[in-house]
Design a protein around this ligand. Sequence first.
Ligand code: ATP
Length: 137
Amino acid sequence: MDIGAAESLQYDFSTVKAATNNFSEENKLGRGGFGTVYKGKLGEGDHIAVKRLALDSGQGDVEFKNEVLLMAKLQHRNLVRLLGYSIERSERLLIYEFMPNASLDKFIFGMFFKTIHPFEYHMLHCICRIRVLDILF
Ligand SMILES: Nc1ncnc2c1ncn2[C@@H]1O[C@H](COP(=O)(O)OP(=O)(O)OP(=O)(O)O)[C@@H](O)[C@H]1O
């Protein structure tokens, strides 16, 4: 793994915590198989979506950073960008660009892929979270 590249994607945990108003209920966007997602805003910058991974993932730091690096390298106009990650003790956060119409993507993705196995569905959905607005308009 390119440690330098991984470190450059790392966000300060307290900054992300503050950006999501301390992971407040009001900032909650939804919950998936791996944890809860919160809306946040970094300073005067764009909105972000922060996935707070469930604490019992059992994944080591190196594996986690490897996956983040891999996901961050996947860039396409119809893929939601992973901006970075944050780690503090057992806490792991994934920071994505915010998609205003995220709830629609599940519906559309489901229409196309609902016949495949749930695990494959989950993996595909993780990789291909669709930028619904881009596709529809
Ligand atoms: N980048 C994002 N921008 C805006 N909302 C998001 C974003 N990512 C996730 N969400 C919201 O958070 C919810 C949970 O997302 P998450 O990716 O954790 O799980 P999921 O897609 O519902 O299921 P799975 O865990 O099986 O992938 C989504 O349904 C969506 O409403």
